[in-house]
Design a binder for this molecule. Structure first.
Ligand SMILES: Cc1cc2nc3c(=O)[nH]c(=O)nc-3n(C[C@H](O)[C@H](O)[C@H](O)COP(=O)(O)OP(=O)(O)OC[C@H]3O[C@@H](n4cnc5c(N)ncnc54)[C@H](O)[C@@H]3O)c2cc1C
Length: 582
C-alpha cells in the first residue's frame, strides 16, 4: 500500500449510500478481502417496496455472493406474464424462463427485504451501516480520498479517509456533483402511480403470474408480492393523486369488476428519469447504481443493474488494492458497465414509450386491433423468447472491454497448432492439428466478455459433482484447461505445463482445473499434474465450450470470459495476463 501509506486510512473502500447497490458492494468487497465502511444519510433503511423484481442474472450474482438461498426463501418466483381485458379475456400470455440458468424465473421481493438480507449479512461480518451520515464533500489527495459530512441527529461534522470511495448515493448523487460529472438524459412527461395493496377479486390466477389489464381508459399493471393476497398496482399517466380511493377507481375502470382493495400501503406518484453519467470513474472515486444511471422502471431492471455494477467493480478494486492487478482493471469498470447501462436504457425507454402508446389508444376499433395484435405477438415463439431473454439480463456482456481477449488460431495456421513462440517454449510437437469442425465448434463457445456457461462435472479429488459456478465462489479467476474430446498426448502435456506454470505464477489470483472428457479418461495422466481435475462425464462442458480440440478458458471472478485460446497457447495467455496482472 505504498502510495496510500502516507495518510492514515480509516478503511480500504468507503461506500456512500446504503441502498441495494452500496450494500451489495460492501458484501462483495468483504468477500474479496477488503475492509469497507458504508454511510447513509437516512436514519433508517427504506420501508418501501420500490424495486420488486430480481432477474435471472442477478440471482446468479447473488449465488456467487453466497446469498441466493436467503433471497429464494423470502421471495416469490414468477414465471408467467399475461395481459387481460376487464372482462377477463386473456389477450397476451407467455412463460418467462431461460433454461441455461439455475434460476429460470423472476423473483418478486420488495426492495426493503433485499436491503435487509444484505444488511444482515454485513452485520454477521461486523459491518454496520453508519447512519445518519450525510456526505457533503470529498477531495482526492495523496493516494486517498477524504470525505466530509455530518453525522448523527446533531449533525456533528465528521470525516473519513479511505483508499477508494464509491458513490452509491442514488440519482441525486452528491458524489457525482462533487466530481462535476455531467448527467445526460431526459425526464419523461408521464407520471407513474403506484401502490402496494391487499386485494379481493374474482380473477383466478396462478401464484407465479404477473399481469396487467388494458381497457379503453388505459392500463393497470398487477405484480404479486410475496405476502398472501398482496399486489403492487402500477398505472402510467393516470392523472390522479395516489389515494386508496383513486386506486379503487383505477381497478373499477381498468381492471375486473368486483375487485376490491382491502388494505393499501405505500401509495406513491413519481416522475421517470432516464439519465446516464458521462463518466463512472474519476481517480480513486467511482459511481455505481442509480448514481451512475437511472432507468425507467418499465423493465424493472434499475436495481438489478446497480447490484451487477457492484459485482463488476468489487473484484477489480480488490485486485488493484492488493497490488495484484493493474489499473486497467479499474478503467474497464466504466468501459464495461456504461455500454450495458446505455443498452438497458434504450430498451426501457422503448418499453415505456411503446407501452404508453399502446395502452392509451382511444376508440373501440383501435383497441380491438391492439388486443388482436397482442394476442398474435404472444403466439410468436421468437417474440416471447426475445422478451424473456432481455428481461433475464443473461446476454449482457463486455465484448469491447479492454480486459478481454482471445487467441483463435486462424484457419490457415490452425494445422500448425500453437504460435511459433509457444512451440519453441513449450513441449516439443503440439500435435494440435485442429480440424475444421473443431475450429468451428470453438467459435460457438462463450466468447470474450460473454457470461461463461455453467455446467456440472465430477471433481476427481473430492469425488463430488460440482457446478462450474461453484468453483468461482473463491473469488479467484478460474482457468479451465480443456483436454478436448480428440485429446492428444502432446496437447495434454502442454495443458499440464500451462497449469503448473499458472499455479506457480498466480497462486492467489487464479485457480486452475484440468477438464477431461469421459471418453478419454483412459488417456495416461501426466504424473506431474497434481492439481484439481474435472471429469466431464457426459461431455456437456466440452460441448458448450466448443472444446472438441484442446483449448483453454480463463473465467473472471464475475463469471465472464476473460480470455480463451484454441489451441491452448501459453505465450498468448501470458501476454494477456501481463496486461491485467502485475
Ligand atoms: C417506485 C419505484 C419502483 C421501482 N421498481 C423497480 C423494479 O421493480 N426493479 C428494479 O430493478 N428497480 C426498480 N426501481 C429502481 C430502484 O429502486 C433503484 O434502481 C435502486 O433503488 C437503486 O439502488 P441504489 O442503491 O443505486 O440507489 P438508492 O436505492 O437510491 O440508494 C441510495 C442511498 O444513498 C443514500 N444517500 C443519498 N445521498 C447521500 C449522501 N449525501 N450521503 C449519504 N448517503 C446518501 C440514500 O439515503 C439511499 O439510501 C424502482 C424505483 C422506484 C422509485
Amino acid at each position: 500500500m505504498s502510495d496510500t501509506a502516507s495518510a492514515q486510512l480509516d478503511c480500504d473502500v468507503l461506500i456512500i449510500g446504503a441502498g441495494p447497490t452500496g450494500l451489495a458492494l460492501a458484501c462483495e468487497l468483504l468477500r474479496h478481502g477488503l475492509s469497507c465502511r458504508i454511510l447513509d444519510a437516512v436514519e433508517n433503511p427504506t420501508t418501501f417496496s420500490k424495486a420488486q423484481i430480481l432477474h435471472t442474472r442477478t440471482l446468479e450474482v447473488l449465488e456467487q455472493m453466497g446469498l441466493v438461498e436467503d433471497f429464494l426463501k423470502k421471495g416469490r418466483a414468477l414465471h408467467l406474464l399475461s395481459m387481460y381485458t376487464p372482462d377477463l379475456r386473456r389477450i397476451f400470455h407467455f412463460t418467462v424462463g431461460e433454461f441455461d440458468s439455475a434460476y429460470p424465473y423472476m423473483l418478486s421481493l420488495p426492495q426493503h427485504d433485499t436491503e435487509q438480507i444484505l444488511i444482515d449479512h454485513l452485520a454477521k461480518h461486523g459491518v454496520i451501516v453508519e447512519r445518519p451520515f450525510h456526505v457533503e464533500r470529498l477531495q482526492q489527495e495523496d493516494g486517498s480520498v477524504l470525505v466530509f459530512g455530518t453525522r448523527g441527529p446533531q449533525q456533528t461534522p465528521a470525516q473519513v479517509r479511505a483508499a477508494w470511495a464509491v458513490g452509491c448515493d442514488g440519482a441525486n448523487s452528491v458524489v457525482r456533483h462533487e466530481l462535476n460529472i455531467p448527467w445526460q438524459g431526459s425526464t419523461y412527461r408521464q407520471r407513474v402511480l403506484q401502490a402496494d395493496v391487499k386485494l379481493e377479486w374474482p380473477l383466478y390466477h396462478a401464484e407465479d403470474e404477473v399481469f396487467g389489464f388494458v381497457s379503453e381508459h388505459g392500463s393497470l399493471g398487477v405484480f404479486p408480492l410475496p405476502a398472501e393476497g398482496r399486489y403492487r398496482l402500477v398505472a402510467l399517466d393516470a392523472g390522479l393523486s395516489p389515494t386508496p380511493e383513486n386506486f379503487q377507481y383505477l381497478l373499477n375502470t381498468r381492471g375486473p369488476k368486483e375487485a376490491r382493495i382491502t388494505d393499501a400501503a405505500w401509495l406513491h406518484e413519481y416522475t421517470i428519469h432516464c439519465r446516464l453519467a458521462t463518466a463512472f470513474r474519476q481517480g480513486r472515486v467511482f459511481l455505481a447504481g442509480d448514481a451512475a444511471h437511472t432507468l425507467s422502471p418499465s423493465t424493472a431492471q434499475g436495481m438489478n443493474l446497480g447490484i451487477q455494477d457492484a459485482f463488476n467493480l468489487a473484484w477489480k478494486l480488490a485486485l488493484v488494492h492488493k497490488h495484484i492487478g493493474r489499473d486497467i482493471l479499474l478503467d474497464s469498470y466504466e468501459a464495461e458497465r456504461s455500454p450495458v447501462a446505455a443498452e438497458l436504457m434504450k430498451t426501457s425507454d422503448l418499453a415505456t414509450r411503446g407501452l404508453n402508446d399502446l395502452f392509451t389508444l382511444h376508440g373501440s376499433l383501435a383497441q380491438s386491433m391492439r388486443n388482436s395484435l397482442l394476442q398474435l405477438v404472444s403466439e410468436f415463439g421468437l417474440v416471447r423468447r426475445s422478451i424473456s431473454r432481455n428481461l433475464s439480463m443473461l446476454d449482457l456482456g463486455y465484448p469491447n472491454s479492454p480486459i478481454v481477449d482471445q487467441h483463435h488460431a486462424s484457419r490457415l495456421t490452425r494445422a500448425r497448432g500453437a504460435s511459433a513462440e509457444a512451440l519453441s517454449a513449450g513441449p516439443k510437437g503440439t500435435g494440435a492439428n485442429i480440424g475444421l469442425r473443431q475450429w468451428l465448434d470453438f467459435g460457438h463457445g462463450p466468447s470474450p466478455g460473454q457470461r461463461a456457461f455453467d455446467g456440472r462435472a465430477l471433481d476427481v479429488t473430492s469425488n463430488q459433482k460440482r457446478s462450474l459456478y461453484s468453483l468461482l465462489h473463491s473469488g479467484q479467476h478460474l482457468l479451465l484447461l480443456f483436454a478436448g474430446t480428440v485429446e492428444t498426448e502432446d496437447g495434454y502435456r502442454r495443458l499440464v505445463a500451462i497449469g503448473k506454470h499458472l499455479r506457480e505464477r498466480h497462486p492467489s489470483a487464479i485457480s486452475v482445473y484440468l477438464v477431461e472428457a469421459t471418453l478419454h479418461s483412459e488417456t495416461p495422466a501426466d504424473p506431474s499434474w497434481d492439481g484439481p481435475t474435472l471429469l466431464d462425464e457426459d461431455g456437456w462442458l466440452h460441448q458448450t465450450y466448443g472444446a472438441r480440440a484442446e483449448c483453454l478458458y480463463l473465467i473472471r471472478p464475475d463469471g465472464h470470459v476473460a480470455f480463451r485460446s484454441q489451441p491452448a497457447d501459453p505465450i498468448k495467455l501470458d501476454e494477456f495476463l501481463a496486461r491485467v496482472f502485475i
